[in-house]
Design a protein around this ligand. Structure first.
Ligand code: ZN
Ligand code: ZN
Length: 468
């Protein structure tokens, strides 16, 4: 048996690992690599293997850095099944179509520049049409149900508590030639015990080989509870000034967490009565998928709903979901205090840009940052206290209050990763691979794991192959 690390190796994005056994090739994830445009285009376009030779794909969750290159895989000849949970499949329907749209738009922009330089236009990595075609290859499986995905390879999904439908993947493998057997555990992205809505990551004790994420291998987060209090305080303060709270938020996950937190603050009377708008078509669609999967909600949600007589974590009288672009534009003329949650989460594109443009210059308002902001993004510049920002090609002076809450991360922090990893039966565990982390994060976590009795901890580089 062989495992090759083709992506999210000493990096966070582009998750993709190849398992070969019994002349079968099973691809764990098929994520988009995200970074500088020139490098990402070539790397996402060309696979390091022939997609037609892959027998099956196993997908841990719907985030684009794990699923986003599936339409390209199918486009280039993959004809097997894509195994995932039902919620992952349903979120992927919206997210992959959205990604196809972004690929088309990106290439349009690039081709404008190429035309000026007299260069031939390039094609999108994939289109919305390709994304649609890829959806028919998904096969959904419930949590904790074993399915054979290839000859000698059985897969079981366990709750990972990271986003709706996210799974820890357990692979049980038997190699016919040698009679050897392995139990491989792939953490996917691990969530946090205290996160609202979703259940906690499943504790797993038995593995021969562990593949584990390490995004925050060198950091600790604030608690969820303190994040909700801060959210309430910021709303109360801004409302007193008669201002608006503008929140750039990822459409899937973060938006629903915020809505649920606002619902709880409203039920407790901790915030004044004010309208809350979720202004992002993808976020509205994703919220529908959350409603469709109550089997994934944790017991705290059930308690909250029965105690407060509320219908769903995502609905209460003050909240309005905005799909229609005309309604979105009407929000530009709001004069009353309100909360506007809009995407994209790093303020790089989407309707949030209109809301920032209209509200960033007014000291009554608050721009609230609730997630990681990558370098070179508008969100990062605002977070770092830029006095002037450029939106749609024009300069705006930042006069609004800028606030930051870091407790809403959907990834386990160092302490939580260590705790999860320490449940494993260490004498049995032959090898631990750390993936899905920048070098510094992975190396720090590797050292901690070694100190706590994990025998062999590797941080593989991209393209590295291991035989067992
Ligand atoms: Zn993720
Ligand atoms: Zn990820």
């Amino acid at each position: 048996m062989q495992i090759t690390f083709h992506g999210a190796a000493r990096a966070v994005t582009g998750s993709m690992h190849l398992l070969e056994v019994n002349d079968q090739r099973v691809l764990l994830e098929c994520g988009l690599f995200q970074g500088r445009r020139a490098e990402t285009y070539e790397r996402n376009l060309n696979f390091p293997f022939d997609p037609a030779t892959i027998d099956a794909v196993v997908l841990s969750h719907a985030h684009i850095d794990h699923s986003g290159n599936l339409p390209n895989l199918v486009k280039q000849g993959f004809r097997g099944a894509i195994w995932s949970t039902a919620a992952t499949r349903n979120l992927s329907a919206y997210m992959l179509l959205d990604s196809g749209h972004i690929q088309e738009k990106d290439v349009e922009y690039v081709n404008k520049g190429r035309r000026r330089k007299g260069e031939a236009p390039i094609d999108p990595i994939y289109t919305q049409e390709d994304a649609r075609a890829c959806l028919s290859y998904f096969v959904s499986v419930g949590m904790e149900r074993s399915v054979p995905v290839a000859d000698g390879v059985k897969v079981t999904f366990y709750e990972a508590g990271h986003i709706l439908g996210s799974a820890i993947v357990v692979l049980e493998i038997r190699e016919h030639k040698t009679g050897k057997e392995w139990r491989i555990v792939f953490s996917g992205d691990l969530g946090r015990e205290e996160m609202a809505i979703l259940r906690s990551p499943t504790v797993i004790r038995e593995a021969d080989i562990l593949l584990m994420e390490s995004t925050y291998g060198n950091r600790l987060h604030d608690s969820y509870e303190s994040a909700r209090h801060r959210l309430g305080d910021i709303i109360v303060r801004t409302t007193k000034r008669r201002g608006k709270v503008i929140v750039p938020a990822f459409a899937v996950g973060r938006t629903q967490e915020l809505v649920y937190a606002l619902n709880q603050l409203d039920a407790a009377g901790d915030i004044p009565q004010l309208p809350v708008f979720v202004d992002s078509p993808l976020a509205v669609n994703a919220t529908d998928v959350f409603r469709m999967h109550p089997e994934a909600w944790d017991s705290d949600v059930e308690k909250f709903l029965s105690a407060d007589g509320r219908r769903s974590p995502f609905d209460y009288p003050n909240i309005e979901y905005v799909r229609d672009v005309r309604r979105s534009k009407q929000l530009n003329f709001l004069t009353e205090p309100a909360v506007i949650i809009s995407a994209s989460g790093m303020a790089e594109s989407g309707r949030i840009l209109h809301h920032l443009k209209n509200n960033i210059g007014d000291p009554e308002n608050t721009i609230l940052i609730v997630s990681f902001q990558a370098q070179e993004t508008l969100g990062r510049r605002i977070l770092e206290g830029a006095k002037q920002v450029r939106i749609f090609g024009e300069e705006y002076t930042v006069r609004a209050d800028v606030e930051h809450i870091n407790g809403y991360s959907a990834h386990a922090d160092q302490a939580e990763l260590l705790e999860w990893a320490n449940h494993f039966d260490k004498p049995r565990l032959q090898k631990t691979f750390l993936v899905h982390g920048e070098e510094e994060a992975s190396f720090t976590l590797a050292e901690k794991l070694r100190n706590q009795g994990h025998r062999e901890v590797e941080v593989p580089v991209r393209g590295q192959k291991f035989s067992f």
